[in-house]
Ligand binder design. Structure first.
Ligand code: ATP
Ligand code: MG
Length: 660
């Protein structure tokens, strides 16, 4: 009704068409890489709209917020429906949205101005809590560090298993301390609530709690979102799949996924969710798609080879048929070291762009871990090859950006002790302990006198807690917080950010960093970013959520830049030309996985990497690891390459003297 006609039959193959037009109800699409799963979901949305379903009744859960934007953009092109009428995004971002709307439900009693802790902050909060409970815990060398400890708690929450079970299943090395974990977990929860902060896992856990314990809210979601669509279903963890089920008592869910691409089991992803979907949703239809539209047959042969080499008994019953015409075989490229690997990339990329007319943004360099790409980044910068990086030190992780964000967050929610810690520790002679003392003095004072926290900071009994070395700066520090608070109340987020930069922090930056001018420019970019928001809470939430994803580093033209990204971040995406670098044993698969004797998840990851390529695929590895230790270290090609029949690729040895 009112939408331009779409010839669904012509734009989809028969398998896709059947899935897209299946009657509303549970539908599972299980199919290999590049077979059009995401396309099927997109057309499903268009089809629902054609059936007269209003966009507001559709919820789309995707792996990144960007992916959902792109899909809804495509729906807009197909139907003209406005993207902002849908709810679309990651589980975490939609969880945030749900909590902002309903957090004050009696089931949660979460005040709406809660702030979100990022991974580092959650970890240090846990550390402080554990130290308060058990002074010498981290001094005992056999106990886990705060990071691993946090992972145990997080794994238990994401898999919805008890801590004891989690330790038994995933962290047997910590069985000695398993008994103390519930106490820590409890104290950690209590502290977060006291400070009105949540961590990433809360965005899921509290959302689920809300749906399970507040029937009104559950009803609201079920009535409002009558159709749920989930991409990359193989990587949902238990809590996410429970959220999906709790959202959809009506069972109108379409989930698409590929068990061979499950790459998040380290975060609790459980591809059993795919297998049990049919049981959990009686009457569900199962659809399979076997044609691959993305890659050349040669690339697909290699991808199939990667899966075929799996140990017996673990085969996925999936072989992709190529739709596209023949082309050249993928290359396996051996270079001397990282530098030559980077040189090879630069030469080849120049030829692709200048002679063969490939657009830079259609070229991607993929790697297993950040460190593998460092040399490439440096070489690209030196050679002036523009690149857009979706990993590494991201914009929002830069120290000064985090400082400023901490100031904003603290002013927005002064009970957020993590934000306070970061701000206060910028002052001379104030460390974590001192910051904590001042914080509690100010908190007590503010409560007693019913005063604003920021005002309490300048009272005498709080000032007496400030160490001598910080007293000179204290007044301007407090005044700047106050000005920022005033701006936050009366002005836009952008102006608030500018006020914070112009205040005490600007002076601090000058003293702290030789390259403060560059840093000021970057903070200026943050103010520019803030201009996209009218509410401080949205700006702050977005920054934390973005941190888990891509960076905005190349605010200049993304079109003209080569993509540099980890394989994890490249999930679901496709490029004309793909270089996978660091295809050496110890780099891909990682040394850790080899030592643990478990490389199967790495294999799936390798499969994801090679299936990103449409036309050309280069699998590169250095013979010597330059930075691995004194004197370098000889590497062998990745076992995933060694296991392949050699006729699936063409070998290239790059010698500096000959080059390309
Ligand atoms: P992944 O497993 O990597 O997420 P996918 O199964 O989601 O892959 P898509 O990204 O939806 O696959 O599709 C891969 C490519 O094939 C896209 O460029 C898509 O437009 C194209 N494609 C899929 N189906 C068709 C079709 N029926 N006709 C033409 N092109 C198609
Ligand atoms: Mg996809």
């Amino acid at each position: 009704p009112g939408f331009p006609p779409i010839d669904f039959k012509a734009e989809l193959n028969e398998e896709q068409f059947n899935a897209v037009t299946a009657p509303p109800g549970p539908v599972l699409v299980l199919a290999g890489a590049g077979s059009g799963k995401t396309r099927t979901l997109t057309y499903r949305v268009a089809w629902l709209l054609h059936q007269g379903i209003p966009p507001g009744e559709i919820m789309l859960l995707t792996f990144t917020n960007k992916a959902s934007k792109e899909m809804l953009h495509r729906v807009h092109d197909l139907t003209g429906a406005e993207a902002n009428r849908f709810w679309g995004g990651t589980f975490h971002s939609l969880g945030n949205r749900a909590l902002r709307m309903f957090g004050d439900s009696p089931a949660l009693k979460l005040p709406r101005n809660f702030t979100i802790l990022d991974a580092d902050e959650s970890e240090s909060l846990l550390k402080r809590v554990v130290e308060a409970e058990h002074k010498s815990f981290f001094k005992d060398k056999t106990n886990p560090r705060p990071g691993p400890l946090f992972s145990v708690l997080s794994m238990s929450r994401n898999t919805q298993k008890s801590l004891a079970q989690t330790v038994e299943d995933h962290y047997p090395q910590y069985s000695d301390i398993a008994v103390s974990l519930p106490t820590f977990a409890k104290a950690y929860e209590a502290t977060k609530r006291e400070q009105n902060v949540v961590d990433y896992d809360d965005l899921l856990e509290l959302w689920l709690k809300l749906l399970q314990e507040d029937p009104k809210v559950a009803d609201y979601f079920a009535q409002r979102f009558r159709h749920l669509l989930v991409d990359e279903y193989q990587d949902t963890n238990t809590i996410q799949s429970q959220i999906v089920d709790a959202l959809a008592p009506h069972h109108r869910i379409m989930a698409v996924g590929d068990d061979a691409q499950c790459i998040y089991s380290w975060r609790g992803a459980n591809f059993e969710n795919i297998m049990t979907f049919l049981e959990r949703h009686p009457g569900a239809q199962l659809h399979r798609i076997e044609t691959n539209y993305r890659s050349t047959p040669q690339i697909l042969n290699l991808a199939n080879g990667v899966l075929l080499a799996q140990p017996a008994g673990r085969h996925f019953d999936k072989e992709l048929r190529a739709h596209r015409a023949n082309s050249q075989k993928p290359y396996v490229v051996q270079t001397m070291d990282d530098r030559e690997q980077a040189e090879f990339l630069i030469k080849r990329i120049r030829a692709l762009v200048e002679d063969e007319g490939v657009s830079p943004h259609e070229i991607a360099v993929l790697y297993r871990s950040h460190f593998v790409a460092l040399e490439t980044q440096l070489a690209f910068s030196r050679a002036g090859v523009p690149y857009h990086i979706t990993s590494g030190v991201k914009f929002f992780e830069r120290a000064h950006v985090r400082d400023l964000v901490a100031i904003l967050r603290f002013v927005y929610n002064p009970t957020d002790e993590s934000a306070w810690q970061r701000c206060a520790c910028l002052l001379p002679k104030i460390g974590e302990k001192g910051a904590s003392k001042i914080y509690h003095a100010a908190l007590d004072h503010a409560r007693l006198m019913q005063q604003d926290f920021v005002d309490a900071l300048t009272t005498d009994d709080v000032k007496s807690k400030v160490p001598k070395g910080a007293r000179d700066e204290w007044p301007s520090f407090c005044a700047s917080l106050k000005q920022t608070a005033d701006a936050m109340r009366d002005e836009s987020p952008q102006i608030t950010v500018e006020v914070a930069i112009d205040g005490w922090y600007g002076d601090y930056l000058k003293g702290a960093f030789a390259d403060y001018i560059d840093r000021l420019d970057e903070l200026g970019a943050l103010a520019g970013f803030a201009a996209r928001y009218t509410e401080m809470q949205d700006l702050l939430a977005q920054i934390v959520l973005l941190n888990g994803e891509t960076s905005d580093r190349s605010v200049d033209s993304e079109q003209d830049a080569i993509r540099l990204t980890t394989v994890h971040q490249a999930k679901g995406l496709e490029y004309d030309v793909v270089f996978v670098i660091g295809c050496a044993d110890g780099q891909f698969p990682t040394r850790r996985s080899i030592e643990a004797g478990d490389v199967e998840e790495e294999r799936r990851l390798f499969y994801v990497a090679v299936t990103r390529a449409k036309n050309e695929l280069y699998l590169c590895y250095p013979k010597v690891a330059t930075k691995a230790g004194p004197g370098g270290m000889l590497l062998s090609p990745s076992r995933f390459l060694q296991e392949l029949p050699p006729d699936l690729y063409e070998g290239l040895r790059i010698k500096r003297a000959y080059g390309w």
